[in-house]
Each structure stands twice: as structure tokens, then as C-alpha cells.
Design a binder for this molecule. Sequence first.
Ligand code: FAD
Ligand code: DHB
Length: 390
Amino acid sequence: MRTQVVIIGSGPSGLLLGQLLANEGIANIILERASRDHVLGRVRAGVLEQGTLDLIDEAGAGERMHAEGLPHEGISLAFDGRLHRIDLAALTGGKRVMVYGQTEVTHDLMDKREAAGLATIYEAGNVEPHDFSGEAPYVTYEKDGVGHRIDCDFITGCDGFHGVSRKSVPSTAIRTYERAYPFGWLGILAEVPPAGHELIYANHPRGFALCSMRSTHRSRYYVQCPLDDRIEDWSDDRFWDELRRRLPAEAAAGIVTGASFEKSIAPLRSFVAEPLRFGRLFLVGDAAHIVPPTGAKGLNLAASDVRYLYWGLREFYRENSSAGIDAYSSRALSRVWKAVRFSWWMTTMLHRFPDTDDFGQRIQEAELDYLVHSQMASAALAENYVGLPY
Ligand code: FAD
Ligand code: DHB
């Protein structure tokens, strides 16, 4: 078999890239290790930057997102018993974010891909990229016990943090930067109306909490928890109780409780691999970098990589020029590192660390107090939250 671009992974980055390339007439095949239902069953990100919306629109998969997504013009920071609103739109010349779940984005892109008759091979085993340092790369995989080979021009590793693409690169060719945080996020989904119209990020001596949502009738909440906590330790009652204790009274009063239908614990990590290009193999999204979720940048960064790589590949096929793909790694990494910094800063300011003592707590509160009362500091947060320019 032969195609122009083999995409490893059908998460948001693989699906988005595949659709944009296909719209340009660039043939691609997606190889996905898991089943379609498994990919759709993963509950992850929820906040999309304007640039991500634009790219989904460009791919032609934005219709339901605009109909059902919730545009948000502000967020609140909670500390010292009070809520403080950051007016994102007023501070950024009218920019907003959209609350629309990653599951829905993935669903819309999969539907679009299927409708266009584009090839995705789910449950592809032992996917392996080969010979990407030369001119004739290929990918091998197994399906139903039978081995296959796809020859191609380029391989894109959109296969997430645990994927095979990054691991296929010789260790001498790649450098990684990492920080693991000494806590996790316990998240739940419940079919109850959200506590308020906007998201609340709370700093509290008991630990961080986040009030988010997926729709006007579905809420997503998180509390910081020890890394070794188990889901079984957290009954719904314990979760609701802990969440309310970490919120100012006016926000806690708005919490509507109900049975959770999803509950999971995610570790927090910052990770960047450099560079993002190895001959004819490109790393994209979580395959190359991870940010802690505070600040909602993970999915948006995956989309920003896709945009730069799409531009590069389009230029290669349309104009027979390698300039765009040559610039991909440095362009994408420059934006990645700024989001890594922002996510690290939000995480540091809002969470309780093992060595956070009374002094540390007061310093966090002073920083937050400065932030919400300084127009310039608020504007810097808002500029990053809605997404830096491309
Ligand atoms: P992924 O979504 O990881 O997709 C990679 C795909 O590749 C998967 O479908 C996987 O099955 C497939 N794959 C892996 N290995 C192979 C292989 N060997 N062969 C073939 N296919 C393979 N971001 C936020 O902004 N907010 C959040 O609240 C948030 N919560 C998160 C919670 C969790 C538990 C995780 C893991 C991430 C979270 N993120 C969040 C980050 C966000 O979901 C990711 O940044 C985003 O999914 C990146 O998309 P991606 O397509 O690059 O990678
Ligand atoms: C969500 C997750 C985040 O990390 C964030 O900063 C905002 C919202 C969410 O899952 O809804």
C-alpha cells in the first residue's frame, strides 16, 4: 500500500491534520492502536482557544461546535474566601474561549472523516515507523494477526505521550525536558447544572479546585489530590464535600450535586521533546509535549502544532518547497514553550505543594491579589488563556 502521509494516532491532532490534508487533496491514512469507541470514551480537555476553533472550522468540522459549544468571556479566580472575575474579552480586545469537550471534537472529526470516505485503521497493532531518516519511509502494522506495510512520503507521530513515534527516534537525536508535580487531579463528570456560568479556578489551603462544565446541564469538577489516592477512596459524597470546602461560600452555594458517571485521577506533568522533526518523521501534540491541565492548554497546543505542520506540508505539495516543513520544529516549539511556561505558572500559583507552609500560602494569595487588581497582570493572564497569536 502507498499513501502520501501516514498519521499515527487518531486523537484530536491526528484527526485534525488528516482532515486538513485531505481537504487539500493530500492522501493520508490514520493508524490507531485503540478502537473507535475507546478513543471516544476518553474524557479529557474542555476549553478551546479561538485559534483552535478556526482550525476546526477550516477542516470543515465546526458546525456542531458552534451550535452546541458555550462561548465564555471570562473566568474567576477564587482565593481568600472570595471570587474575582477576569474579563478575558475586555482584556484582549474581544477574544473568547469555547467550552466544548475533546470527546465532541473527536466525534465531529471522526464523522467528517467517515463521511469523506478517508481511511482510518483502528486496532492496528505493533505500529512501527521505519527509514524516516531517508527519502523512502514506511510504516508497518498488524491487523487481525496479519502484517501490513504502507510506503509514504512522510510519517506524522500524533500518537500521544505513550506512543511509538517518539520512542522510535535514536536517543542521541532527541532531548527531553521534564517536571513531574507531586499531586494529581481527581476529576468527575455529573449530569447536573454547573455552579455558575463561567469556570472557577480556586486556590485553597486544602488544595486546588476547578469548576468546569461540558454543557448547561453537565458539570466537570476537579480537586487536587495526592498522587497515590485511588478512585475507590473517593465516594461521590466525599468529592462533593471536599469541592465545596475549597470554594468561597458564594460558589459552594451554587454547586448542584448528583451521581458522577465518570471519575478519574490524572497525574500532572510538564514535558517537552526537542526537536519535532527527524527527517521525514514529525512529532505532533502530546507525542512531543505535555502540560499540566491548569490553564487548559494541552489540546490547544496539539492544534497549534497541527496548524504549523499543515502549512508546511501544504507548501511542500503545492509549491514543491521544503521551507515550511524545515521551519516546523522551531515555529511550533516557540509557541509550545510559552504555553509550557503559562501552565507551569498557573499550576504553581494555584496548587498546594508539599512544602507550601503558611508563608508559601500567603505568597500565593499576594500574587493572586496582585493579579486580579493589576490591569496589566490580568491582561497577561487573559492574553495567554485565550491563546497567544500564531
Ligand atoms: P492523544 O489524544 O493522546 O491521541 C493519541 C492517539 O494515538 C490515541 O488515540 C492513542 O490511542 C493513539 N496511539 C498511541 N500509541 C499508538 C501506537 N503505538 N500506534 C497507534 N496509535 C497509537 N488537556 C486540557 O487542555 N484539559 C484537560 O482537562 C485535559 N485533561 C487530560 C486528562 C488526561 C487523563 C490526559 C491524558 C490528557 C488531558 N489533557 C487535557 C490533554 C489533552 O487531552 C491532550 O493534550 C490531547 O489529547 C492531545 O491530543 P493528541 O491527539 O496529541 O494525543
Ligand atoms: C477543563 C480542564 C482544564 O484543565 C481547564 O483548565 C479548564 C477546563 C475541563 O476539563 O473542563
